[in-house]
Design a protein around this ligand. Structure first.
Ligand SMILES: Nc1ncnc2c1ncn2[C@@H]1O[C@H](COP(=O)(O)OP(=O)(O)OP(=O)(O)O)[C@@H](O)[C@H]1O
Ligand SMILES: Cc1ncc(CO)c(N)n1
Length: 276
């Protein structure tokens, strides 16, 4: 049986982040990708220039349609666009048995802004995220800006990442995975997983590339793919860290500013020989 993973996310026309990064990651992790599109962004390496949100009932409809017919082994969120969409997602996830203490593990990536600083939801979205999604999350995967937005804590080092994980765990998720990409002074890139009792430090090198667009989405979607394939949360977190480290190591320039991380690194070399 092929496992399936659902991403509930926005489209990035630049193909670096959003549902495009998620589907590419699912593919290279051997998982069938299902999608509930939340918004279409007009985006390139310079920023998010415009967007159109999908009606909440259409977002919910996509989740319920694929869950009822095809089955979902794990799900994740990316850009959720608005408070109304978040409420519709929460209700649809309940109907599809997705979420903490339910059958289907749920990775909530609390995407608040693009890497250019453009907000991807508003104040109503932040309140709905706290009330509706954090308590439903199997794993919450914030970056350090999202930690500050959700807890008020400013993280400048590894010890503070542990403090932030404790504060976030109190908001309801089963596990918290704090991502360390923004600690640029640290020679390593150590993410932290916390289950309410124990910390697991996920070690990895810090690569000196400017091209990291989509790293957060790729980490969360590889973690989701691992869960879809039956890994435990700690195992899937290690898998996600391994996947994204390689994706950053193989990132490439494209456009005027920050280029994408690569999911191609797992693909076999081309075997087709023209005329062969
Ligand atoms: N320079 C780097 N070298 C190695 N790993 C990195 C680097 N930058 C980020 N990572 C890894 O990529 C993942 C995403 O981290 P980050 O904290 O940057 O999230 P993010 O801000 O959500 O990402 P995005 O750039 O997609 O917005 C983490 O697992 C982190 O360890
Ligand atoms: C559509 C979309 N989702 C997520 C992000 C964050 O990486 C982005 N820049 N764009």
């Amino acid at each position: 049986m092929v496992a399936s993973a659902l991403t509930i996310a926005g489209s990035d026309s630049g193909g670096a982040a959003g549902l495009q990064a998620d589907l590419r990651t699912f593919l290279t992790c051997g998982v069938h990708g299902l999608v509930a599109v939340t918004a279409v962004t007009v985006q390139n390496t310079l920023g998010v220039h415009d967007r159109s949100d999908i009606p909440p009932h259409v977002v919910a409809g996509q989740i319920e349609a694929v869950a009822a017919d095809m089955g979902v082994n794990a799900a994740k969120t990316g850009m959720l666009a608005s408070g109304e969409i978040i409420k519709a997602v929460a209700e649809a996830c309940d109907r599809a048995d997705i979420g903490r203490d339910r059958a289907v593990p749920f990775v909530v990536d609390p995407v608040a802004a693009s890497m250019h600083g453009h907000p991807l939801f508003d104040d109503a979205g932040l309140a709905a995220l706290r009330e509706e999604l954090l308590p439903r999350a199997t794993v919450l995967t914030p970056n350090l800006d999202e930690v500050r937005l959700l807890t008020g804590l400013t993280v400048t080092g590894r010890a503070e990442m542990h403090e932030a994980a404790v504060a976030l765990h109190a908001l309801g998720p089963r596990y918290v995975l704090v991502k360390s990409g923004h600690l640029t002074e640290d020679p390593e890139c150590v993410d932290v997983l916390y289950d309410g009792t124990d910390f697991v430090d996920l070690h990895g090198p810090r690569f000196a590339t400017p091209h990291t667009h989509g790293a957060g989405d790729s980490m969360a979607s590889a973690l989701t793919a691992g869960l879809a394939r039956g890994m435990s949360v700690p195992e899937a977190a290690r898998f996600g860290k391994w996947f994204v480290s390689n994706a950053v190591a193989n990132s490439y320039p494209m456009g005027a500013k920050v280029g994408p991380v690569s999911a191609f690194w797992r693909l076999a070399p081309e075997e087709f020989t023209p005329g062969g």
